[in-house]
Design a protein around this ligand. Sequence first.
Ligand SMILES: [Zn+2]
Length: 249
Amino acid sequence: MKIEKVEGVVISERNYGETSKLIVMITKEHGLISVMAKGARKMRSTLRGISSKLTYGYFHIYYKEGKISTLIDADIINSFKVIRRDLLTIGYASFVCELVGQVIKQSIMSKDLEVIYDYFISSLIKINEGFDPLVITNILELKLLPFLGVNPMLDECAVCGDVTSIVTVSADKFGFLCQKCRTNEYIVNDKTIKFLRMFYYVDISKISKLEISDKVKNEINYFIDDFYDKHTGLYLKSKQFLKKIEVIS
Ligand SMILES: [Zn+2]
């Protein structure tokens, strides 16, 4: 067996046996992998910290394709301390991890993995830097849609292709709607249209400011939630949890 160095993030951990942990990671090289951290629950284990959820680093592992790999050690790149401080940001980061995990499962092309991984890391970094986690996850959700095989039309009217008189957006109609094609859909704010298009194309790692009103944020989030519900078939536990804590906070 050969030792391999992989870059990745621990997205879940569970106890295994008396003292070990079985972790799942999203890695740049192999996508989703399961890794055994032997003895990681012992107080003095060097694997204790690095095998905890949301550790981002370079991991040395005995890699076994399609099976459970074994963790040897890791150099931490970022432990996302800001995210870990707050239940709400933990909730969003958990959602990001679960969502990306699901998309990787469905997306088989290795060139896709590279792009998806990049979106994943950039999103966690931005949440950790204190950017609005709702907006960051919404951007990520939009950008992942093509990998789920469902492209919303956010350049032109989804029904007729008109670009001049877009007035709203609808998950049922797959994207923007112009004045002519709108039937009874609620008309969203102009900025909702502008930001949706921008979010779809933005490079997450280059985001430097986000000034968006609550009304516009809610309209964007409503469309994206609705679009996921109607067209992706994904059901994510962390999303349900997030909805609960959003109500409380
Ligand atoms: Zn139209």
